[in-house]
Design a protein around this ligand. Structure first.
Ligand SMILES: NC(=O)c1ccc[n+]([C@@H]2O[C@H](COP(=O)([O-])OP(=O)(O)OC[C@H]3O[C@@H](n4cnc5c(N)ncnc54)[C@H](OP(=O)(O)O)[C@@H]3O)[C@@H](O)[C@H]2O)c1
Length: 224
């Protein structure tokens, strides 16, 4: 599979380091030197601009801050450049403590979108792409685990999206990591996944260990 990342931060590093073992991975970003540096570290097939990444990938992972997604679409060549692509939205649009969207006493809140969630906003911006939400619920170092197993039970990754074939592809990528996918349903379930991640973020900022914050696991132990 040809998987391109937009962004070379923590999540791009974690997921690309695992997928580059089995897939053709490309790292794209605003700074091509930094993209090349991550590509070398994770043994990706290539690196370049955001437009190069969109052109390379059958699967495009948005791994920028949530507020940068629309910039990234523009830099990627606009909506038409994403036609026929599978877009994985891993992003958590979350307010920051003291920021304009913070409601009194609750520092980490999902940011509002007229479509209902960031994933649905992306889908509205990219009508020719299939958007799947996944990977937003665990901290980057969990995605580096090889395999992601807790107490002998594999990590479960929640997904949602409108296209069954696109979700099958994402589920295969989750299985490549050594985890199990659980399909919540239509992309509207991103309206639940995005606020759920706010709980994870709150607990992390309060100092809990990354391995103990809502990492869903399989009910039974299975041979790894
Ligand atoms: N970190 C986690 O544990 C975690 C877990 C689950 C989900 N997430 C979500 O995953 C996304 C990425 O998180 P991260 O921790 O990997 O972020 P990060 O380490 O801060 O990396 C963000 C990347 O986006 C690029 N970027 C920033 N603004 C941009 C713009 N306007 N256009 C294009 N590229 C831009 C940055 O590079 P330049 O600024 O050099 O362009 C960098 O490569 C976020 O939405 C986050 O909520 C994170």
């Amino acid at each position: 599979m040809k998987i391109a990342f937009i962004g070379y931060g923590s999540m791009a590093a974690a997921l690309s380091s695992r997928w580059s073992q089995d897939h053709d991975v490309f790292i794209g970003g605003r700074n091509v030197e930094r993209a090349a540096a991550l590509a070398e570290t994770v043994r990706a097939s290539g690196s370049g601009t955001i437009a190069d990444a969109v052109s390379f990938g059958d699967v495009i992972v948005f791994a920028t801050p949530a507020g940068a997604v629309e910039d990234a679409i523009h830099a990627g060549g606009g909506a038409d450049a994403f036609n026929g692509k599978l877009v994985i939205d891993i992003n958590n649009p979350v307010s920051v403590p003291g920021g304009p969207h913070e409601q009194s006493g609750i520092p980490y809140l999902p940011l509002p979108f007229k479509e209902g969630s960031l994933s649905e906003r992306i889908a509205a911006c990219l009508p020719g792409a299939q958007v799947v939400k996944a990977f937003n619920m665990c901290q980057a170092s969990v995605w580096e685990m090889d395999p992601p197993v807790f107490d002998g039970r594999a990590l479960v990754t929640l997904t949602c999206g409108g296209d069954a074939k696109a979700k099958q592809t994402v589920h295969a990528l989750i299985e490549t990591l050594g985890g199990e996918a659980v399909d919540l349903g239509a992309l509207t379930y991103a309206r639940l996944l995005e606020p759920a991640a706010c709980i994870v973020i709150k607990l992390l900022f309060e100092g809990r260990d990354v391995h103990t914050v809502l990492n869903l696991i399989q009910p039974e132990r299975k041979p790894i």
